[in-house]
Write a protein that binds this ligand. Structure first.
Ligand SMILES: NC(=O)c1ccc[n+]([C@@H]2O[C@H](COP(=O)([O-])OP(=O)(O)OC[C@H]3O[C@@H](n4cnc5c(N)ncnc54)[C@H](OP(=O)(O)O)[C@@H]3O)[C@@H](O)[C@H]2O)c1
Length: 244
């Protein structure tokens, strides 16, 4: 049995990850702001073999992040895996009066992630083992234009931080996995005009499989997103501009 902390578990990828992990007998601390959704999920998962603890948490409140992670660690008898998953999308085109919206993106997707990483690493360094999982995005492989620019930058920064930590911690008992999901069907991806989205269950199965094998940095699910990631990286800027 493995003990997980998952932020952003009130919906989408985080909630489905909790479902699949608890079904196989793992313990999961679920965290997000919408307590009513977390409690409903806890009730839904009650008949399953794994244990669930609930943590109402805004990841932009660093003190609350530290407290929630320590509490989850105590309640689940030591966290093995921390999944930094909470995130928002929907930035504003730069220079169009949307600074507050873009700052919210940075504070949630990067500063909020940084607080979770700090809290997790404090626990993991203390015991010399642990597994940190950062949920970045396929949108991080290239600086995307327009309303995706700041989202893409926050996810690239998170992935780069993952690389720094992985380099630092190689050969220790602490692993760092960066997941770069392609489009997977959730509330967050609902507005995309992209013609294909991976089904939620399959997308999360791929994320859990990558976590289980302690992958370093992977695009998930592999098909069709890995080849699309290569294309996205290599495509000329004019094509990206047109496509976006
Ligand atoms: N779905 C995709 O296609 C896709 C692709 C690439 C990357 N991702 C990444 O995957 C992660 C999960 O996204 P999703 O698709 O599952 O979207 P989602 O269904 O909208 O879930 C986002 C989760 O983040 C939580 N959250 C947002 N702001 C928060 C805050 N300030 N404090 C605490 N929790 C917060 C939300 O909970 P509350 O509102 O209750 O706080 C919710 O549980 C995100 O980081 C996203 O960028 C998703």
């Amino acid at each position: 049995m493995t003990a997980y902390f998952i932020s952003g578990a009130s919906s989408g990828l985080g909630a489905e990850m909790a479902r699949q992990l608890v079904a196989r007998g793992d313990s999961v601390a679920i965290a997000a702001r919408r307590l009513e959704l977390l409690e409903a999920l806890q009730e839904e998962l009650a008949p399953l073999p794994g244990k669930v603890s609930v943590h109402a948490l805004d990841v932009t409140d660093a003190a609350a992040v530290m407290a929630a992670m320590r509490m989850a660690d105590i309640q689940l008898g030591g966290l093995d895996v921390v999944v930094v998953n909470a995130g928002i999308a929907g930035g504003a085109r730069l220079g169009t009066g949307g600074f507050a919206r873009n700052r919210d993106l940075v504070e949630t997707n990067f500063t909020g992630a940084l607080a979770q990483i700090e809290a997790a690493m404090e626990l993991f360094r203390g015991r010399g083992r642990g597994h940190l999982v950062l949920v970045s995005s396929l949108a991080s492989v290239r600086g995307l234009p327009g309303t995706s620019a700041v989202y893409s930058a926050t996810k690239a920064a998170l992935a780069l931080l993952g690389e720094s930590l992985r380099t630092e911690l190689a050969g220790t008992g602490i692993s760092v996995t960066t997941l770069r999901p392609g489009y997977i069907r959730t509330d967050l991806s609902a507005k995309t005009r992209f013609p294909y989205l991976s089904p939620l269950e399959r997308g999360v199965e791929a994320m859990i499989a990558a976590i289980d094998r302690r992958a370093g940095d992977v695009v998930v699910p592999a098909w069709p997103w890995r080849p699309l990631g290569w294309l996205l990286r290599a495509a000329p800027a004019a094509l990206i501009r047109r496509f976006m």
